[in-house]
Design a protein. Structure first.
Length: 112
């Protein structure tokens, strides 16, 4: 589940790994540029504010959608909790996995 939540950027993961890895490269180059005090550059191209804003949008939108929809499902006992096969922590994992899988499947189908 952690691999799916990270955007399947680990080798061997199926799906959208390449652009996910590039997003993490841009993010790490930006943070390294902040630590060094120079303008961040990757492959001769300067990383500008628009690039960083889009990177942070990518990094934050999927966890927010997973956790947001999971929270909505947990607060509605007639809708979210009625279809659970397990109760307690296993039921929470079931809800979390359902929304993680749905979000990752949607991310794979997005046009780049």
């Amino acid at each position: 589940m952690v691999n799916m939540m990270l955007g399947e950027v680990v080798f061997g993961g199926v799906g959208s790994g390449m652009y996910g890895m590039l997003i993490f490269v841009i993010l790490s180059v930006f943070i390294a540029g902040l630590m060094v005090g120079r303008t961040p550059e990757y492959l001769g191209k300067k990383i500008e504010s628009f690039d960083v804003k889009m990177t942070m949008l990518y990094v934050l939108i999927f966890p927010l959608s997973i956790l947001g929809f999971s929270a909505i499902a947990l607060t509605m006992p007639n809708l979210g909790l009625a279809s659970l096969g397990n109760s307690g922590p296993h039921g929470f994992s079931e809800i979390l996995y359902a929304y993680t899988s749905t979000t990752q499947t949607t991310a794979r189908r997005l046009p780049v």
